[in-house]
Design a protein around this ligand. Structure first.
Ligand code: MRU
Length: 351
């Protein structure tokens, strides 16, 4: 399995996702500032991976600190959490991870400094292991929704590279294939950053899962031709009412799916569910550098001075979502109730 991110003695090691698919290169971040830059610059990306990278970045900052007492460490800890929190605004997993590290810090601040540091490192490593186990559970639940055979469309990359391993949407596909279902994946290219063609296709080719890359504007035609039996995507934030923020272009797919009577599934861990955000209108949408749109592989594609927009995510209203697959089971509309019920089960398990 590809090692998306890893805690090592010398720092946090990432596969550099900006270099894929032509180069499999790894970088080791030795400071929390380097981890923050890796998140901001999409060396690591995908909501669950960003969350665990944030936790590891915090653990690394604490490990490197020269503070001699917990009292001295606290303002440094806050500064580190703020720096990591200021990287990308949409994926709530980032803020979930920071909150979890803060809670651990508060819980253990009475302990001797070396013990506190070790506990924070272990917490980040635990989150890494939990993410993989959660994805495998999500896969088992979600596989039941996949057709026995035929085309399944996905958007962006919600695979091993977007998580600590196995993936969310691709985890559902992987589990279905492991169960013997004969799926053929249609991977949207996912302009402008090309996570679908560069990353999803790379992962699925490695696994030997039949894959066809299409440019985003081909999806409707593929649906009309009957090539797509289901759509499964990941999420960056799911509001309490079931509205889903995910990679720009997801909303278009959901509307098209409804027109063609194709089920539209979202697969995400509970760390992506934000019950404090009531609906999709309150989800902050990251605006990225226009250069991602104006240039492809360094070559300019848009005339000088042209106005460009580059929202990284859109929001799909809950009414288009056929089901939300989580590690605890499948939620269906009305999501206000089903998500709250599943979240209570998660809280009981974590107690
Ligand atoms: O901008 P990115 O590449 O971080 O966006 C990633 C996505 O939109 C994914 O679909 C989402 O994070 C789910 S990943 C399991």
């Amino acid at each position: 399995m590809v090692q998306t991110l890893q805690w090592t003695d010398s720092g946090v090691r990432f596969i550099d996702q900006t270099k894929l698919p032509t180069e499999e290169a790894y970088v080791t971040c030795k400071t929390y500032q380097q981890v923050a830059d890796a998140i901001r610059n999409m060396v690591v990306r995908g909501a669950p991976a960003i969350g665990v990278a944030a936790a590891m970045g915090i653990a690394l900052g604490i490990k490197n600190s020269k503070a001699e007492t917990v009292g001295e460490l606290k303002p440094e800890f806050d500064k580190i959490c703020d720096a990591i929190g200021n990287t990308r605004p949409t994926a709530v997993n980032l803020f979930w991870a920071i909150r979890r590290m803060r809670e651990k810090f508060e819980q253990l601040r009475v302990r001797p400094l070396p013990q506190l540091k070790q506990a924070l490192i272990e917490e980040a490593q635990r989150m890494h292991a939990e993410d993989i186990a959660g994805n495998q559970a999500m896969g088992r639940h979600g596989a039941t929704l996949m057709p026995a055979s035929g085309g399944v469309l996905t958007h962006c990359n919600a695979g091993a590279l977007a998580t600590c391993g196995y993936g969310t949407a691709l985890g559902v596909i992987r589990a279905a294939v492991e169960q013997g279902k004969k799926l053929h994946v249609y991977a949207d290219e996912t302009r402008p950053f090309l996570q679908g063609s560069r990353l999803t296709a790379w992962e699925l080719m490695k696994d030997g899962i039949p894959t066809t890359v299409i440019s985003d504007n081909m999806a409707g035609a593929m649906m009309k031709q009957g090539k797509i039996g289901a759509i499964v995507v990941g999420a960056d934030r799911i509001a309490a009412n079931g509205d889903v923020a995910n990679k720009i272009g997801t909303y278009t797919l959901a509307v098209l799916a409804k027109e063609h009577g194709i089920p539209f599934y979202v697969a995400a861990p509970f760390s992506t569910v934000d019950l404090d955000t009531l609906d999709g209108n309150s989800i902050p949408i990251e605006q990225r550098n226009p250069r991602e749109v104006t240039h492809i592989a360094g070559k300019q594609m848009v005339p000088d001075g042209t106005e460009v927009e580059n929202p990284a995510f859109d929001v799909t209203p809950a009414k288009y979502v056929s089901a939300i697959v989580t590690e605890k089971g499948i939620a269906r509309a009305p999501y206000g109730e089903s998500l709250r019920k599943l979240s209570e089960d998660v809280a009981v398990l974590q107690r």
